[in-house]
Design a protein around this ligand. Structure first.
Ligand code: EPU
Length: 438
């Protein structure tokens, strides 16, 4: 199949779609199953490529994985966990960043782990220094080699105290997945508290872990000797939901998203309303629509939870090209998340990127050479173009731009979007979009 999609845009998206479990939770819960002595069941699992990659990695380590795609149910049996061959892991990890989270569980179960060079979206440097520091603090021996990282636990990992310089999501998960079976108490300060992390904590508690979350970003874990399997329904994908909501706004449409939930999306909903979009929270989802008339420009800063998610930024920026006036967007989570605006400019958007911290406080990227602020001037009609998907969220933003633009765009590298958006082409068709492959 050709890796491109023709999008004949200029029509509003209208209709109803469903979002299932969050990509950035499901993959972590799958890793958590490795910590249990008995099988786990995960529900509401979307059929996306990241689930396939993590399933494959679990299977390489002896976990028996059964996935009922229609029902969205994953059965994970870790009774026979074993070391996998390095070459297999390397070949299988593909573009995912999840392998790094296998460290703690494998060190507990096998006393060793191998992590290949990590992939993931190119939206910044994406170092793993916090992860490795955390593992060393627990007592793991970390050996960096050209093909990846080898880890060993010469004895049972020991609880520890750690303060994150920045509330990193993955590093908080690393610490949780390691601390639950380490000996003694672990305390993490400046932890990330994203809803996906809270759901991971819920899973670990079901497994038998003892974890408390204080109001000031402090998480305390009392290590236990044994964990059981879990039975859990994944929280909804709030990034996917916000992406479709932004598509509704940018195309002047009206989209009901079944499965979307309000508490995890509050900050997005506030911003959506400020821009001029309307929404209605229903029992089983949220309806988002463009009420007609002008959209309003805004000042926006991305941040860790409970701030405005970095992953919501790229789709919303496309809608901001249709708002009247100057919008200012300050990206404070990743230093390099405006690359996708090149294609928008090619399509007629007026967006300038700056190295300065605009529109908010100073961030880690100020006074350095990162183009991490953007000024969007609108409204500008968008014209069809031939564009290439740069990364997962940037790619979906390109898709939104193509849907909003008059004429037929060619969007290349479209399979990257399968990593995190379940059946997106079917959903586009269900919303009346005119899309086709060769
Ligand atoms: N960081 C470090 N050192 C580390 C780890 C992180 O400096 O050892 C920095 C990063 O470079 C970045 C910041 O900390 O500037 C935040 O990174 P974080 O660790 O929070 O991100 P992550 O765990 O790698 C997850 C999601 C991302 C999402 C971010 C922020 C997954 C698989 N990925 O990444 O999702 O943007 O949290 O919420 O959960 C996506 O879904 O498209 C995506 C990129």
């Amino acid at each position: 199949m050709n890796d491109l999609l023709y999008v004949n845009g200029g029509n509003p998206l209208e209709g109803t779609i469903t979002v299932r479990g969050a990509k950035n939770f499901v993959s972590k819960a799958m890793v958590a199953s490795l910590l249990g002595e008995t099988p786990s069941v995960l529900r509401n699992v979307p059929q996306i490529r990241d689930v396939g990659v993590v399933s494959g990695l679990l299977e390489l380590h002896g976990v028996n994985v059964k996935y009922d795609t229609d029902a969205g149910i994953l059965d994970l049996d870790p009774s026979n966990v074993e070391s996998a061959h390095m070459a297999d892991i390397d070949a299988h990890a593909g573009s995912s960043r999840i392998p790094i989270l296998f460290c703690g569980p494998l060190l507990h179960r096998l006393g060793e782990a191998f992590i290949p060079d990590l992939g993931g979206c190119r939206i910044g440097d994406r170092p793993i220094n916090y992860h490795l520091e955390i593992l060393r603090k627990f007592g793991a021996e970390v050996d960096k080699r050209p093909n990846g990282i080898h880890l060993r636990a010469p004895r049972r990992l020991q609880g520890t105290k750690f303060r994150l310089e920045y509330p990193s999501v993955g590093s908080t998960e690393q610490l949780l997945l390691t601390a639950v079976r380490a000996e003694g108490i672990t305390e993490l300060s400046n932890a990330a508290i994203e809803p996906e992390i809270m759901d991971l904590i819920a899973v670990l508690q079901k497994m038998g872990a003892i974890i408390s979350v204080d109001t000031d970003r402090v998480i305390r874990i009392e290590g236990v000797d044994r964990l059981e399997g879990f039975n859990h329904t994944a929280l909804a994908d709030r990034i996917e939901a916000a992406s479709w909501a932004s598509a509704a706004l940018a195309t002047g449409g009206d989209v009901t998203i079944k499965g979307a939930t309000q508490p995890e999306m509050m900050t997005f909903l506030n911003t959506f309303r400020k821009v001029g979009g309307q929404f209605d929270v229903q029992d089983d989802g949220i309806r988002f629509w463009h009420p007609g008339g002008d959209l309003r420009s805004i000042v926006l800063e991305t941040d860790v939870h409970p701030g405005f998610m970095t992953d919501w930024q790229q789709p919303l920026v496309v809608a901001l090209t249709q708002a009247t006036g100057l919008s200012i967007v300050h990206e404070t989570v990743y230093e390099n998340r405006f690359g996708f605006t090149d294609a928008l400019r090619q399509m007629g958007a007026t967006i300038q990127v700056y190295k300065e911290c605009l529109g908010g406080g100073d961030c880690r990227f100020g006074q350095r050479n990162f183009h991490h602020s953007a000024v969007v001037s609108g409204p500008t009609p968008l014209a069809a173009a031939d564009i290439e998907v740069p990364d997962l969220r940037g790619g979906f933003s390109h898709l939104i731009a193509a849907l909003a633009a008059k004429g037929t765009s060619t969007v290349r590298g479209i399979s990257l979007i399968d990593r995190g958006y379940e059946s997106f082409q079917d959903k586009l068709v269900a919303l009346g979009a005119d899309v086709s492959r060769d």
